[in-house]
Design a protein around this ligand. Sequence first.
Ligand SMILES: [Zn+2]
Length: 207
Amino acid sequence: MANLTEQILDLIFPPKCEVCGRIGKEALCQKCAAGISFLAPSIFFHAVGEYEGILKNAILRFKFKRIKRLAEPLGLLMVQYINHHLWKDHLDMIIPVPLHEKRQAVRGFNQAELLALKITEACRIPTVSGLLFRKRETAPQFDLPRQKRISNIRGAFEVRGAKLLYDRNILLVDDIYTTGATAGECTKTLKAAGAKSVHILTLSRTV
Ligand SMILES: [Zn+2]
């Protein structure tokens, strides 16, 4: 029955690529996916691609238009990146960069968590969302000048349940890397709580 309903709905509202509008089942069509170029790994952090073009467009729709089905293809881009560049066996858990609970309530989801869960499905590294918290609301980093970003985010995170982190190798996941202030502050907080290592993987980095 569900299948028939789905088929009828597909006839009335044909599923389409969320970026270019091409009719098809995938939230991101193959042509769009092929238009995203992967970045080479860096020593300090990993980003799948530049925050521009198709990738930027897809992230904006995912995050601000709340098109959750984009988590699937965007998460898979991160999985492809991990398969090429990261040593999966050395990672114990994935921690998504948390949103403040108020912002998460407004958006309805944490985009970093949805991406992390896609990585968990494919790579079998557990996502643990209940360890790192954003304890105070901060202005969106994106809107701030570079020098204000560090002071804006300082002391914004806390760990609850440090025992689970002790001596663990963490993959910290986020959607956009800008100056690195957020990822840096999360890393500092996780290490202070006993994490052995923190690797940063974001879907994109600003140009
Ligand atoms: Zn497309």
